[in-house]
Design a protein around this ligand. Structure first.
Ligand code: PAF
Length: 291
């Protein structure tokens, strides 16, 4: 059964007030639509972790630093609703723009630290836009839990930080990246890859996993990063925007695999910007070895 589509905040508030009165825990999956299996894995997690589930679909103009990107962003509400039907979510919130940004809207939520560098350095204003809309969606849905993919790892860190700093009473649940069988991380942008580029795309994940394996076997971080960068370019990517090894807890740059870490990348293939990241965990023996 297709879930009710809610377009107005007042209508959403009436639903959430009723659910709260019933003692239900509310889960939210914020999206910009163009749903794929990665989004649906978040919906599955929300169904398991909450009594009522809201999926939001809102193409947020404030997080696009490139007007063409915003104009070309796929808007596929009908097929998104059809994809959600088997999950029996309780509401699909597709707010009209003025429900999120009413006339005269003058507030920006800006998270320093974790939003700097990586994607933040290459997409000015992007994380301010994300932080502002996520804050609004969390407040509007009154969710107890909100589900985000680890594919956008820096975004997940920004959201965790803003929730802590602003004291929003919601638990942020990070969910693992969903991949194609050949390792390519699912993304709404993958459909823009031509046939030849699609065949080359898994080189990104392959380079990341090889580098993490080398580092966990003791290779110096600088060497592993250099080899990974070369492998991405040799695999057919036109450039590597960033390839960085960072703390999984703080996103601070790391020179060694001394704590749980992430290797994060953004690179261009066939004119399409792809991002990915993989975890790296210090081996027990290495962590406890006498110095
Ligand atoms: O990851 C996304 O799809 C968006 O950045 C989000 C979290 C829905 C905010 O617009």
């Amino acid at each position: 059964m297709t879930a009710p589509i809610v377009r107005r905040l007042a209508e959403l508030r009436a639903l959430t007030a009723r659910w709260r009165a019933e003692g239900a825990r509310i889960g939210v999956v914020p999206t910009m639509g163009a749903l794929h299996a990665g989004h649906l894995s978040l919906v599955e997690a929300a169904k398991a972790g909450a009594d009522r589930v809201i999926v939001t679909i809102f193409v947020n103009p404030r997080q696009f630093n490139n007007p063409d990107d915003l104009a070309n962003y796929p808007r596929t509400e009908g097929s998104d609703a059809a994809k959600l039907a088997p999950f029996a979510v309780d509401a699909i919130y597709v707010p009209a723009p003025d429900q999120v940004y009413p006339e005269g809207f003058a507030t920006t939520v800006s998270v320093s630290g974790v939003s700097e560098g990586l994607c933040g350095a290459h997409r000015p204003g992007h994380f301010d836009g994300v932080a502002t809309v996520v804050t609004k969606l969390l407040l509007q849905t009154q969710a107890d839990r909100a589900y985000f993919g680890e594919k956008d790892f820096q975004q997940l860190m920004v959201v965790r930080r803003l929730v802590r700093d602003l004291g929003i009473p919601v638990e942020i649940v990070g969910c693992p990246t969903v991949r194609e069988p050949d390792g390519l991380a699912l993304s709404s942008r993958n459909v823009r890859l031509g046939h030849t580029a699609r065949a080359k795309a898994p080189a990104l994940f392959a380079a990341l996993t090889r580098a993490v394996k080398e580092m966990s076997e003791g290779a110096p971080v600088g060497q592993a990063l250099g080899e990974a960068r070369a492998a991405v370019l040799a695999g057919g990517y036109s450039d590597v925007e960033y390839l960085e090894f960072r703390s999984a807890a703080t996103l601070a740059p790391l020179q060694a695999l001394s704590e749980p870490a992430r290797l994060l990348v953004a690179a261009h293939l066939d004119g399409v910007r792809l991002i990915d990241n993989v975890p790296a965990v210090p081996q027990r023996a290495a962590a406890f070895a006498p110095s």
